[in-house]
Design a protein around this ligand. Structure first.
Ligand SMILES: [Zn+2]
Length: 87
């Protein structure tokens, strides 16, 4: 069974969403970038395409696509899900 054809690929692509806001660079199996949620001089924000989750090692923020959009757009969960659904 191919791992890239699992259930995650049918869900929201977190990497694509995060890439709209910040520049991501490949870091082994993850991607990393400068966290938009705190003043980040390093690349503290890690995005895992496998887990479809992000985690910042600077400010501790983390979660999935909905949590990312909620935080960066300052939206409610419902509004964030609508934004994601619209693409
Ligand atoms: Zn952060």
């Amino acid at each position: 069974m191919s791992s890239d054809q699992n259930i995650l690929s049918a869900q929201v692509d977190l990497v694509k969403i995060v890439s709209r806001y910040i520049l991501l660079e490949q870091s082994r199996r993850n991607l990393k970038g400068r966290c938009p949620f705190h003043k980040d001089l390093a690349t503290s924000l890690m995005v895992s395409p496998e887990k479809n989750q992000f985690q910042c090692f600077g400010c501790g923020k983390g979660g999935g696509a909905v949590e990312f959009v909620m935080a960066i757009e300052n939206k409610s969960r419902e509004e964030a899900m609508l934004l994601i659904a619209k693409g």
